[in-house]
Design a protein around this ligand. Structure first.
Ligand SMILES: [Mg+2]
Length: 274
């Protein structure tokens, strides 16, 4: 009888310890999953809540206005008629704010996926960034056309046009929309516009929005090529802040975004300057 009682007690203790282990492992898995995107919390909060970010956008569009005016003034002195003027702008995190999509990744502990991104884009909820609508309409008044060259999928053309229109952007039509069909390299799309227009300014949050050379970051994170082109920033290329994602991450993921989240977490820590 005593043996039976001891055996039963053992079974109960064993089962309860199993349940506890399972609970701990589920909890650990949950924490691990949340950690995969936790690094984006401060980046997203800075982008959404820092008045400094608002000021950077306003500052950049003020600068863009001054450059447009300077360019027009310079051309008045020339007799030779040139091609009509245009501005090429990226869309995401340059003129439209998609940070609520990143918030959803953080809260669900997931990372960027094509499907979830497409769902967000289809909602047409992205808001204009500070100064963007005002600047694009200012350029239009000055007789300058705006071309939207973005790596949103070409399948999203209609919803993107609708989103831009709803926010008050001019030239929100198929003729001015150059979205991604096969490649993320924007060179061919930029060249197509350059055939008929004199592009006076490029706007983007990723240096690759300006020139494909910036796509190859190398061991120095692309610092060398950036410094070699220092005279283009603030004159021809206007760079906007994006701490949430971008080509810049390539430098510490060995150019491989498809690595498992746990490995990427370690690589981020290893990349810090101590
Ligand atoms: Mg962008």
């Amino acid at each position: 009888m005593r043996n039976i009682l001891l055996l039963s007690l053992g079974v109960v203790l064993f089962l309860s310890s199993c349940c506890k282990n399972e609970e701990v492992s589920v909890e650990k898995q949950k924490t691990d999953t949340l950690l995969n995107s936790e690094h984006l919390t401060m980046a997203t909060l800075w982008y959404q809540k820092a008045a400094e970010v608002q000021a950077i956008y306003l500052q950049n569009f003020n600068l863009a206005k001054m450059l447009v005016e300077k360019n027009i003034k310079k051309d008045r002195l020339k007799i030779k008629k040139r091609k009509p003027k245009a501005i090429i702008t990226d869309i995401d995190e340059t003129i439209l704010n998609n940070s609520p999509y990143t918030s959803s990744l953080i809260l669900n502990g997931t990372s960027y996926k094509k499907d979830s991104w497409a769902k967000w884009v289809n909602k047409k909820r992205a808001k204009a960034l500070p100064g963007a609508v005002d600047f694009c309409n200012f350029a239009k008044e000055k007789g300058i056309e705006i071309f939207y060259v973005s790596n949103r999928s070409a399948k999203s053309t209609d919803v993107t046009i609708e989103n831009l229109k709803n926010e008050g952007f001019p030239f929100a039509d198929k003729e001015h929309m150059f979205l991604k069909t096969k490649t993320s390299d924007k060179t061919e799309r930029r060249n197509k516009i350059l055939e008929n227009f004199d592009v006076i300014l490029y706007l983007g949050d990723n240096l690759r929005d300006f020139d494909e050379t910036f796509a190859h970051r190398g061991d120095d994170f692309g610092f060398g090529i950036t410094h070699e082109n220092k005279e283009t920033f603030g004159t021809k290329f206007i760079v906007f802040p994006n701490p949430m994602y971008g080509e810049w991450e390539k430098g510490f993921y060995n150019g491989d975004f498809s690595l498992p989240d746990t490995i990427k977490r370690k690589m981020r820590k290893d990349a810090l300057i101590k």
